[in-house]
Design a protein around this ligand. Structure first.
Ligand SMILES: Nc1ncnc2c1ncn2[C@@H]1O[C@H](COP(=O)(O)OP(=O)(O)O)[C@@H](O)[C@H]1O
Ligand SMILES: [Mg+2]
Length: 310
């Protein structure tokens, strides 16, 4: 099946000349939940805004369900629901009307049964006649989601849906996302909370300084977290790993003072005994040996700091 969203070589330079997206390629499969993880200023909102046609790309293409978002804007946009980062609701409007009108904006015929279903799913039915200004911040976020779903999009973008919300609402949001996935909606959410990506995503993309640094199946990334590192500190720095030791699991620390060996804690053999005897056989003298556990947070911080290098 072709990807539901296909982003190719997407660049965005703002009028100031600032390049917020530096050639993004990303394919999103129908039905998946992709979490885009990245620090503030990484380009997450710019990416979503460009895909949704709120911002125009400098170059590159985006296709949604096969429709080019520029040449075939209306068809592409009708496939997309967008929950923006900022709450942008009319304070005096009532909940149900807000959601109904939103459907109308997409040229869809009224569907009271659907609006009721959406409002119930988001626990907004009891508040359907309340004015937006009477709602808590969390309820307003739910209204934003209801609006985004009102025209039955196949792809839902959630831009930092849980930034600044309390733990309880965050858990509710995660459940709402899981429900939508069960209904077959493809979901792309941005977050700077690592545990959020861990909790709900099928795949995790990491973006920093306008570039996608990694897109990987969450479970694979998690199994990478199960790895440990052994740092073999050397009495004398070396410039290259001796040929007899070269392997994918071994790298040299940047300053040459240590060999770093990555191993899987879950496998029967770690290979440490063999490594240490090979190191001795290569004529290297050890100063010390330390182990540490790598986490998704480490992976993320490493990637992001590399991404910021000039
Ligand atoms: N309208 C704009 N004009 C100029 N620069 C912008 C504009 N919007 C965002 N930026 C810059 O683009 C970069 C990416 O911003 P944004 O996409 O909002 O990041 P994120 O959502 O990941 O926090 C930031 O450095 C931001 O300052
Ligand atoms: Mg943002």
């Amino acid at each position: 099946m072709p990807p539901i969203v296909e982003i190719t070589a997407l660049r965005k330079a703002y009028a100031s000349g600032f390049e917020a997206l530096k050639g993004v390629d990303l394919s999103i499969e129908e039905g998946e939940i992709l979490a885009l993880l990245g620090p503030n200023g990484a380009g997450k909102t710019t990416l979503i805004s460009t895909v949704c046609g709120i911002t125009t790309a400098t170059s590159g293409t985006v296709r949604v369900a096969g429709h080019d978002t520029v040449e075939d804007f209306r068809a592409a946009r009708s496939m997309i629901g967008l929950v923006p980062q900022e709450i942008n609701l009319e304070p005096f409007e009532r909940v149900k009307n807000t959601v109904r009108f939103s459907r109308g904006l997409f040229g869809k015929s009224p569907n009271p049964a659907l609006i009721e279903k959406i409002l119930r799913q988001l626990s907004l039915w009891d508040k359907r006649d309340s004015q937006i200004r009477e709602l808590s911040g969390g309820m307003k976020r739910r209204v934003l989601i209801a609006k985004a779903l009102s025209h039955e999009p196949r792809v839902l973008f959630l831009d930092e849906p849980t930034a600044g919300v309390d733990v309880e609402l965050r858990r509710d949001m995660w459940e709402i996302v899981a429900d939508l996935k069960r209904d077959g909606v493809t979901i792309i959410l941005t977050t700077h909370y690592i545990e959020e990506a861990e909790a709900i995503a099928d795949r995790i993309g990491v973006i920093a300084a306008g570039e996608i640094l990694l897109v990987e199946d969450k479970d694979k990334l998690m199994s990478r977290m199960g790895k440990k590192e052994l740092e073999v500190q050397l009495s004398e720095p070396i410039s290259d790993i001796p040929a007899s030791l070269v392997s994918d699991a071994l790298r040299l620390k940047a300053d040459g003072t240590a060999l770093i060996y990555t191993y899987d804690t879950k496998s029967e053999r770690t290979g440490i005994t063999q490594l240490l005897s090979d190191v001795a056989a290569a004529g290297l003298v050890l100063r010390d040996v330390v182990t540490r556990q790598s986490s998704l947070e480490d992976i993320f911080v490493d990637l992001v700091s590399e991404g910021e290098a000039p």
